[in-house]
Design a protein around this ligand. Structure first.
Ligand code: CTP
Ligand code: MG
Length: 223
């Protein structure tokens, strides 16, 4: 089946606290976004990639995409929310494709994880990566709090893979605050979500500490 990755890179990185959005920060000589794109082009020779960029950084993003063949990587601009950015990216995806929506900020994603998600989604219709929590957990109930078992909880990652026609239909819904990823949007249409094992190193760069950790992990990987 045809495969199209939509890599959302249109955020401004408020929690990172730097002028330059985190997806353009360099890690081992290449921008965070470049590492994300590379994992997908390494996973499949025939994959297409749509990169969703901030309107104010279209040139920077387009320049970076030129390092990949033009028939592989296309760019478009995002919106004020992640939901809008994904919706814009989906406009460039054919209905008969599998779509792999990925946060550019998860630049340590591996080709093996991409393939695991695609294989599961090919047979089940969708697949999203999840890992267990290493920390103990509590839920806040009004002014109290209560311990909950780690076994009840999974931490959700990307790439989230769906048949494109279903995800495009789901993204025609009006935005709701519960729509934090593709799974929540599709689930609201009644779609059953399938979890596959994620990877602990597939962290989302959010703060400067995450960037430092990601850089060390990448150095370790590259020997
Ligand atoms: N994203 C996007 N469009 C937006 C907001 C986010 O494409 N309007 C993308 C980000 O670029 C990132 C991914 O969605 O790759 C996950 O979002 P997050 O980690 O929250 O990044 P930011 O929104 O940029 O960061 P912050 O929330 O700290 O501002
Ligand atoms: Mg955000």
């Amino acid at each position: 089946m045809k495969k199209t990755a939509v890599i959302v890179a249109a955020g401004s990185g408020i929690r990172m606290g730097s002028e330059l959005p985190k997806q353009f920060h360099e890690m081992n000589g290449k921008p965070v976004l470049w590492h994300s794109i590379k994992a997908f082009t390494d996973a499949y020779d025939d994959i297409e990639v749509v990169v969703v960029l901030p309107a104010t950084f279209l040139d920077l993003g387009a320049g970076l995409s030129l390092e990949f063949p033009a028939h592989v990587v296309r760019t478009t601009s995002g919106g004020a929310s992640r939901f809008e950015s994904v919706r814009n990216g989906l406009e460039l995806v054919d209905d008969d494709s599998l779509v792999l929506v990925h946060d550019a900020a998860r630049c340590l994603v591996t080709p093996a994880l991409v393939q695991r998600c695609v294989e599961a989604a090919t047979s089940l219709g969708n697949a999203i990566p999840a890992i267990e929590s290493n920390d103990s957990l509590r839920v806040i109930i009004g002014d109290r709090n209560e311990q909950i078992s780690r076994e009840w909880v999974r931490l959700i990652q990307t790439p989230q893979v769906f048949k494109a026609d279903i995800l495009k239909r789901a993204f025609q819904q009006d935005y709701e605050p519960s729509f934090t990823d593709e799974a929540t949007v599709a689930e609201n249409l009644g779609v059953t979500i399938h979890l596959v094992p994620g990877e602990r190193e597939n962290l989302k760069i959010t703060t400067p500490a995450d960037l430092a950790v990601a850089e060390l992990l990448l150095k370790k990987r590259n020997g």
